[in-house]
Design a protein around this ligand. Structure first.
Ligand code: SAH
Length: 362
């Protein structure tokens, strides 16, 4: 007998797809809404949990999709600050990470969009193994649902940040339907988490054409641009893809994003001790961002074992912020979360892939 090979994941079906699938089973359209409510709102762990569905439909769902969520949790780490990190195994054996972060009034999930990353930023663990493939919309959605299932029964996610492994705008075709699904919901839910687009932030290395495409979507998602340097010479050293792009084109595209969406753009800036954290860097950055609808998020470096970068000293961080603020550029320092569980950017996947002996592709 053939083992039951499941070819599709339920999360890869849109509401419309699921209505069509139900119709093919002889079931009315409203069943699709029921299934999606179980999946997104009631955190069903199995099709058997979907108590208001006829048994035959539950069996058909199990035969077609296996389990409601196709990914498998292969590691689950909980930090002292209750940040939780999941390593998920996908249908093809690839792994991705997602992180749940808790603050008094927020519960934020950080998700990945690719298996690995092609950008090669010199301080980031995600790119060390190169990129293998884009995640499907369903695989992006599943990370959010996996994190949601870690919450207490009465708790809901409040924010989604697309800042995990991969370059989100290099996978816009799958990211957009995933965001659309996650943001939908509301009083007549078709699934989704019912979160406003303003609760989503997409972080990009800065691909101008893709930023413009993202601006056309017509939803006020937040955009974060990983700048990391105030001039092209230094930026190209740290973010090699900058070579053929340049900061000016990125700032232009980001200004366009603000004009189209009304959302102030965040510029992320990883502070690398002794490299980009000096007063002249802060002054140059202030000069470039002055007068723009921008906000700078300074990220103290998360040490990655084999990388030669070190933390900036607290005095230099403070000085950097002071210079930006004196120039009228809003700046905040990102709080570090989950430091004791390799929560930064691809570190857990890197460790696990290395243990499994995957060759380094870069
Ligand atoms: N590719 C996207 C999203 C993933 S990285 C991007 O470049 O924005 C999310 C953020 O974490 C980026 O700003 C990235 O530069 C930063 N980051 C990567 N490695 C880091 C490290 N070791 N310490 C601190 N921040 C890091």
């Amino acid at each position: 007998m053939l083992s039951s090979v499941t070819s599709r994941a339920l999360c890869d079906l849109s509401h419309v797809d699921l209505v069509a699938w139900c119709a093919a089973q002889g079931e009315p359209a409203y069943r699709a809404g029921q299934v999606r409510r179980w999946l997104f709102e009631k955190r069903a762990a199995s099709f058997d949990d979907m108590a208001d569905l006829p048994r035959a439909l539950r069996e058909a769902l199990a035969a077609e999709f296996g389990e409601p969520l196709a990914s498998r949790v292969v590691r689950h780490q909980v930090a002292r600050d209750r940040t939780e990190k999941l390593l998920l195994e996908l249908a093809d054996g690839s792994t991705v990470e997602c992180v749940l972060m808790r603050e008094p009034k927020r519960r934020t999930v950080c998700i990945s969009t690719q298996v690995g990353c092609a950008m090669g930023c010199v301080f980031c663990a995600s790119g060390l193994l190169g990129v293998k493939r884009n995640l499907t919309a369903g695989e992006i959605i599943e990370q959010v649902l996996r994190a949601d299932r870690l919450l207490d029964p009465g708790e809901r996610l409040t924010n989604v940040v697309v800042m995990g492994i991969g370059e989100p705008l290099a996978n816009l075709a799958n990211l957009l339907p995933a965001l659309e699904t996650l943001a939908s919901g509301g009083p007549q839910p078709r699934g989704g988490l019912g979160l406003s687009p303003r609760r989503f932030t997409v972080s990009t290395v800065g691909l101008p054409d893709k930023i413009r495409e993202f601006a056309e979507v017509g939803h006020p998602y937040n955009l974060a641009v990983s700048l990391h340097a105030p001039n092209d010479r230094l930026r190209t050293d740290l973010v090699p893809v900058n070579k053929n792009i340049g900061i000016a084109a990125i700032l232009d595209a980001a200004d366009h994003y603000f004009e189209k969406t009304g959302r102030r753009v965040t510029y992320e800036y990883v502070l690398l001790g002794g490299i980009n954290d000096g007063t002249r860097h802060a002054n140059e950055l202030a000069e470039r961002l002055r007068g723009r609808h921008a906000h700078v998020n300074l990220i103290p470096m998360n040490a990655v074992a084999e990388m030669p970068f070190r933390d900036p000293t607290p005095e230099r961080v403070r000085r950097f912020v002071e210079i930006l603020e004196a120039a009228g550029v809003a700046a905040t320092i990102r709080k570090r979360k989950g430091a004791d569980i390799d929560a930064a950017c691809g570190q857990l996947r890197l460790k696990s892939e290395r243990q499994n002996g995957e060759p380094v592709a870069r």
